[in-house]
Design a protein around this ligand. Structure first.
Ligand code: GLO
Ligand code: NI
Ligand code: NI
Ligand code: NI
Length: 406
């Protein structure tokens, strides 16, 4: 593909799980006890956190990182405080990027943690919340541009609903559609040249999330005429929550021309929620990398480890083990994918399977002039009695597994 293997591995570590999460879950308190997460003067803690973050990213030798606005800067108690804190911390991040050579894969805004977003950001019934959300996204886009971010991400957060009894679906969809159009308008206004990415997720935190999966999001973008403006950031554990595999979601996005980037974690079949485990499922990841390689590799996107430690694993050393394992497994998957591609028997089989569509009969049928009636006539005049096309699934699975597991 005219790139070295390493160029495909555009790894990123995230600010939120590594620096902001203390191990708390719905059943128990935090277990990590990081110094910058203890009570204290907020800006002081944010500075300590930034020192620790860049020290960690740099020691990992990871090329990229990602953040939310409120991961890096204290929210404050007003828009004024929020804006000042974020501006100050953007300066700090800029200096740290220069110092370490670290680059920003993407920035984003958190429109889900603060209680004001309990009923969503862009889909909130309260226009004040909608405007607050707009403020945060504008600031986060501006900061991302300033820091040379290669993408800007929008995860639906709490854009969804709990019960239909109090929800106007049409109103909420219109709000979300208009919000996304304004994101596009702002991108062009400030001349941000990175890619806008939507990250689909079903099931949580609200019961019915609007950005359910790639196909749903594509339909939504089409409705608002912005399907050319966004690509997808696909996460393994979100795919499995939607009842899909990671590679299905990626292949779907690629086939729609909207694939952008991945949040690389692990989605076990029995997971009822997003556990953000480090990616270690080599067979699944190999198919993921196979699809990505086949489509030409990442453009502006990359592999962000949206992953957290288990809450029993509190030692900073575990953070290294998690990320190193994630990088090793993704690299292994890339090698396996390249091996599948090398003698691309899969592409060959797929081409064979659909070959009849390039023969004169197939071409005449797909000319655009066909109708159900013309095809019925064709079939009965020629007395068609077709045989089924062989799928050879077992053969292909065996061949792929021999490459994966030797
Ligand atoms: C939650 C999402 C979340 C996003 C992040 C960036 O399940 O995976 O972590 O990736 O907010 O938009
Ligand atoms: Ni997630
Ligand atoms: Ni994610
Ligand atoms: Ni996550």
């Amino acid at each position: 593909l005219g790139k070295s293997m390493k160029d495909h591995l555009r790894f990123a570590a995230c600010y939120w799980h590594n620096m902001c999460w203390d191990g708390a879950d719905v059943f128990g308190q935090g277990t990590f006890g990081r110094p910058w997460l203890q009570p204290g003067e907020p800006m002081q803690r944010a500075m300590e956190k930034a020192d620790a973050a860049f020290d960690f990213f740099h020691k990992l030798s990871i090329p990229y990182y990602c953040f939310h606005d409120v991961d890096v800067a204290p929210e404050g108690h007003s828009i004024k405080e929020y804006t000042e804190n974020f501006a100050r911390m953007t300066d700090v991040l800029e200096a740290k990027q220069e110092e370490t050579g670290l680059k920003l894969l993407w920035g984003t805004a958190n429109l889900f943690s603060n209680p004001r977003y309990a009923a969503g950001g862009a889909t909130n019934p309260n226009p004040e919340v909608f405007s607050y959300a707009a403020t945060q996204v504008m600031q986060a886009m501006n900061a991302t541009k300033r820091l040379g971010g290669e993408n800007y991400v929008l995860w639906g957060g709490r854009e969804g609903y709990e019960t239909i009894l109090n929800t106007d679906l049409r109103q909420e969809r219109e709000q979300l559609g208009r919000f996304m159009q304004m994101v596009v308008e702002h991108k062009h206004k400030i001349g941000f040249t990175g890619t806008l990415l939507i990250e689909p997720k079903p099931q949580e935190p609200t019961k019915h999330q609007y950005d359910y999966d790639s196909a749903t999001v594509y339909g939504f973008l089409k409705q608002f005429g912005i399907e050319e403006e966004f690509k997808m950031n696909i996460e393994a554990n979100h795919a499995t929550l939607a009842g899909h595999s990671f590679h299905h979601e990626i292949a779907t996005a690629i086939s729609l021309g909207i694939f952008g980037s991945i949040d690389a974690n692990r989605g076990d079949a029995q997971n009822g929620w997003d556990t953000d485990q480090f990616p270690t499922a080599v067979d699944e990841l190999s198919l993921v990398m196979y699809e990505i390689l086949k489509s030409g590799g990442f453009q502006t996107g990359g592999l962000n480890f949206d992953c957290k430690l288990r809450r029993q694993s509190s030692s900073p050393a575990d953070l290294f083990h998690g990320h190193i394992g994630g990088m090793d497994h993704m690299a292994l998957a890339l090698k396996k994918a390249a091996a599948i591609l090398q003698n691309d028997f899969l592409a060959e089989k797929v081409a064979q399977r659909y070959a009849a569509w390039s023969l004169p009969l197939g071409q005449s049928i797909m000319s655009g002039k066909e109708s159900l009636a013309s095809l019925a006539k064709l079939a009965s005049t020629n007395n068609f009695n077709p045989q089924h096309v062989s799928g050879e699934q077992e053969l292909l699975e065996n061949k792929v597994n021999r490459i994966l597991f030797g």
